[in-house]
Design a protein around this ligand. Structure first.
Ligand SMILES: [Zn+2]
Ligand SMILES: [Zn+2]
Length: 253
């Protein structure tokens, strides 16, 4: 069972787009079901060859400072949490000078985190667009949308993503397995029964779960969308009913 969707999912539009992703449709408990669809390109903004920081200092130095500033941002966040805990929760004093320092600290912390992220993103962009074949910088572009493949077997559920890059100078094509913010696994089968009657034969309490559910967790920066696919079969006529449930949670930590 294979199908290619016309639209693609994204972190922002996951909820809307998930509805357009083709469903797994196995007809028996031991069948492997594979579906393919398109994802979003990594860099939706215009490709840009002007990266003065990397061009001036080199990627190694920018990478070093990016990681250092990133760690500093994390350290400042931890110190701030401790500070907040002691002064706001325990002492509960709000003198004006204390509050001014407090807000200045938060401002500084945010700026440091943003700078660290910016530098690390620059390094990632440099590495992604560097052609490993001819060695030219800012040379590779994604020439088509990545392909996402979901494989559901009776005991496993896996998702792979492949992106397609091409060098604009030497024409070398590079297929890259891509790490998406996805987690896929098999759920437990609870022999669930559906209350609604079978859509084919009309018998009541007919749909019985016949295959372990597939669970997909799709992460964005602050939310996680959990999609659960549950497989039911009518115990009288054998017709299949596939239920796709989606819920969104906020990431707490
Ligand atoms: Zn090249
Ligand atoms: Zn039926």
């Amino acid at each position: 069972m294979e199908a290619i969707s016309e639209k693609e999912p994204s972190d922002q539009r996951a909820s809307e787009e998930n509805k357009k992703i083709p469903h797994h449709n196995p007809t028996s408990s031991d069948e492997t079901s594979i579906i393919k669809y398109e994802g979003w390109e990594k860099y939706s903004f215009q490709y840009n060859d002007s990266h003065p920081l990397i061009n001036t200092f080199g990627v190694k130095i920018i990478s070093f400072f990016g990681q250092l500033i990133n760690k500093l941002g994390q350290l400042l966040s931890i110190i701030w949490l401790i500070y907040w805990f002691i002064y706001v929760l325990i002492i509960t004093q709000t003198d004006t000078l204390g509050m001014k320092i407090h807000f200045a600290y938060i401002g500084l912390m945010i700026i440091i985190i943003l700078i660290g992220n910016y530098l690390l993103n620059e390094v990632e962009y440099y590495k992604d667009t560097m052609c490993k074949f001819c060695g030219r910088e800012y040379a590779c572009r994604e020439f088509k949308k990545p392909e996402i493949k979901e494989i559901s077997t009776p005991d496993s559920f896996n998702i792979t993503c492949t992106s397609f890059w091409k060098c604009k100078y030497c024409g070398h094509e590079d297929l890259r397995p891509e790490k998406r913010n996805l987690r896929a696994y098999k759920g437990k089968m609870n022999s669930k029964q559906r209350k609604d009657p079978c859509k084919k034969c009309g018998k009541e309490k007919a749909y019985q779960e016949f295959r372990r559910p597939d669970i997909k967790e799709s992460y964005s920066s602050i939310t996680c969308t959990i999609t659960t696919t549950t497989y039911y079969k009518c115990k009288y006529c054998g017709s299949i009913y596939i239920e796709v449930e989606e819920k969104m949670e906020t990431i707490e930590d």
